[in-house]
Each structure stands twice: as structure tokens, then as C-alpha cells.
Design a protein around this ligand. Structure first.
Ligand code: FA5
Length: 340
């Protein structure tokens, strides 16, 4: 009786072990049959009532059943482990024969790109490209440009002062002073570079931005020459006609002085954050060089005349590429930079 009960139990447990669909099901069968309170344990508890012969006989069968079932369990567990391993190997398979992605090449910053284009253009017109220091003397940044110490024009540009008569240059115009001393008349020069102003940052104003100074000194230089230079510059950068307007502007180092504005290319005219809702962007202030500036540069204003302009290079880049916030340019954000 007990013998056949044991055999049936072992057979059905074996069946359930072989057909278990998951490690959890397998564990449930193990607890139910081989656990401390499992079916086999129940049977062995009842063995005290058997005759010694039956007890030996059933004990033997019990051991055999237990060993068989444990072996079956072990085998099934190994199967599950192997299947899990195989699934992981399949999922994490790497094709080592695929070519590596390789380093992503960088690109030139849009400012560098436009600066180089302008340097190439002006060099081809026989214009010298000059450089000047970012830490500049108060004299070159202001005094030599006809802006004496108590002149209100000093307040037009919020200056980062460094002490000892030095400042971070607020514009590229001090390179005019250096250019006159270096080249003497007649001269044609441009000077691209970084400038600094202690001012509030918004969509069109940075504390650190780029300008490109231009200066030509010769006999009989007129406003017509100046306009020719500036038109050539703009049509080279934009490759098409852009709408500009010229209006009077005040800068102590030129007389007469002008502001050349470009119709905002971000909004096309109706107004936006970049053009402060005016439809126009200040881009290219300019004028005929003031006689005092020529004198400071050791050039006789009776003999020579000149024009100068101070292109807002960063704003030009914004107009050329349709960049609607100046802060993107120096953000270092690769999502922005990779577009160029
Ligand atoms: C000057 O800096 C003069 N030195 C320009 C000049 C040179 C006039 C030679 C006459 C002869 P202004 O402060 O307006 O001028 O600046 C020139 C240009 O720089 C502006 O038209 C504008 O395009 C740009 N600019 C000025 N401030 C900022 C700023 N905070 N952020 C970005 N661009 C600016």
C-alpha cells in the first residue's frame, strides 16, 4: 500500500519537475515534495508503525525516490541556468568585426569661420591683418582715441578696469592707434578680436564678444571709399543684397560718424528679441577718422585722411546663420556647435 503510494508520488513529482516552466515552479515542487514538511517527510514520519522488514523496504524506496527526485531537480535547474545564460549571451552579443565608430572630427566655430572669411577677403584687397592685446592701456583704449579722462563718452562703454592704467579693451579701436604707429601712412588694416564690456547680458549683448576694426588712411579718402569697403564686406558675407540703413552716430574718434544698421535677419523686420523689437540691428559703426586721432598716431591730418569702422563681428555671425540668441555662441554646447 505505502509502497504504491510512494511510487505514485515519486512518478507524479518527477513529471512535475520535468514540466516545470520556471525556476519558481521548480522550487514550489521541491518544497511540496522534498521539503521539511513535504510529502516524503510525511511518509517517513509514518514509518514508525511498520514492521522492521517493511521499514527497511520502504526506507530503501524512500531514499531511492529522494535521490532520483533531487537528481531530476538538479538537472532541471541546470537547464534553466543554461537557458538564462544563453538568452543573455544572445542579448549582449557584439559583432567584433564591425568597424569602430572612430573619433568625431570637430568643426570650426562659426565665429572663427566668418573671421577667417573676412581676413581672406581683406587680404585679397591688400589690407593688413593686425592683432592687438586684450589687456590694453587706458591710453590706447580711450585717450589716443580722442576720449579724454573726464569725457562722458567713457561711460558709453562699461569698462572692466584692471588697475595700473590697464583695462580689458572695450573695443578693437585701440588697434587703430597701434596700426598707425606700426604701418605709418598710407595704410589699410583690419583687426579682428575679442573685446569685453561690463554690461548686462541678453539675447543680443554679451560681456565678451568679437569686433573687427577696419581703418584706411590715404590722401583724399572719402565717405564713398568707406561705403564701398563696407558694402563689399556685407555682400561677401551674405552673398546677396541685404537691407541696410545709414544714420548719424556719435563716436569721439570719428567726424562725421555713422551707424550702419542691418535689417534684422532673424525676424525679417517685424521685430524680435535680437533687434529689440525695432527690426534693425546695429552692426557697423563707422566714420572719417578724427584729426586728433591721426595726430596721436603721428600722422599729419593736413596731409592725410582716413575712415574707420568697428564691425560687430558676433552680431554679424548671428545674422549670417540666423542665431537667435548671442549666448549660444560661447555656451560650449555641443548640440549647438555641431550644426556648423
Ligand atoms: C564701438 O565699439 C566703436 N569702437 C566702433 C567704431 C569703430 C566706430 C571705428 C567708428 C569707427 P559700439 O560700442 O557701437 O562701437 O560697438 C560696435 C558694435 O559692436 C555694435 O554695433 C554691435 O554690433 C557690437 N556690440 C556692441 N556691444 C555689444 C555687446 N554687448 N554684445 C555683442 N555685440 C556688441
Amino acid at each position: 500500500m505505502l509502497e504504491s503510494q510512494l511510487q505514485n508520488l515519486a512518478a507524479s513529482a518527477r513529471e512535475r519537475i520535468l514540466s516545470a516552466a520556471s525556476p519558481e515552479q521548480l522550487e514550489a515542487v521541491r518544497v511540496e515534495v522534498l521539503g521539511r514538511k513535504g510529502a516524503l517527510a510525511e511518509i517517513s514520519k509514518g514509518m514508525g508503525k511498520l514492521t522492521p522488514e517493511d521499514r527497511a523496504q520502504i526506507g530503501k524506496l524512500l531514499n531511492t525516490a529522494k535521490n532520483d527526485l533531487e537528481a531530476a531537480l538538479e538537472e532541471r535547474r541546470n537547464r534553466f541556468a543554461n537557458e538564462a545564460l544563453q538568452a543573455r549571451l544572445d542579448a549582449e552579443w557584439i559583432d567584433v568585426t564591425l568597424p569602430a565608430p572612430g573619433p568625431r572630427p570637430g568643426t570650426l566655430h562659426p565665429l572663427t569661420r566668418i573671421q577667417q572669411e573676412l581676413e581672406d577677403l581683406f587680404t585679397s584687397m591688400g589690407v593688413a591683418v593686425l592683432d592687438g592685446p586684450e589687456v590694453e592701456s587706458e591710453y590706447n583704449n580711450f585717450d589716443a582715441l580722442n576720449i579724454p579722462p573726464d569725457h562722458p563718452a567713457r561711460d558709453m562703454q562699461d569698462t572692466f578696469w584692471l588697475g595700473d592704467g590697464l583695462c580689458l579693451r572695450t573695443h578693437t579701436s585701440p588697434v587703430q592707434v597701434r596700426g598707425m604707429a606700426k604701418l605709418g601712412p598710407p595704410l589699410r588694416m583690419i583687426a579682428p578680436g575679442r573685446v569685453f564690456r561690463n554690461e548686462e547680458v541678453d539675447a543680443s549683448h554679451e560681456h565678451t564678444f568679437y569686433q573687427l576694426e577696419g581703418m584706411m588712411v590715404d590722401r583724399n579718402v572719402s565717405i564713398a571709399h568707406m561705403l564701398y569697403f563696407m558694402k563689399t564686406l556685407l555682400s561677401h558675407i551674405f552673398g546677396r543684397e541685404v537691407t541696410v540703413r545709414l544714420r548719424p552716430g556719435y563716436f569721439p574718434f570719428v567726424e562725421p560718424g555713422f551707424e550702419l544698421d542691418i535689417q534684422c535677419l532673424i525676424c525679417g523686420g517685424p521685430g524680435c528679441a535680437v533687434c529689440k523689437q525695432s527690426g534693425w540691428v546695429e552692426l557697423l559703426p563707422c566714420g572719417l577718422v578724427h584729426p586728433n586721432v591721426l595726430r596721436q598716431g603721428g600722422i599729419d591730418p593736413e596731409q592725410w585722411g582716413g575712415f574707420a569702422f568697428g564691425l560687430g563681428l558676433t552680431r554679424l555671425v548671428m545674422m549670417r546663420y540666423g542665431i537667435d540668441d548671442i549666448r549660444h555662441l560661447q555656451s560650449g554646447d555641443l548640440r549647438f556647435l555641431r550644426q556648423f
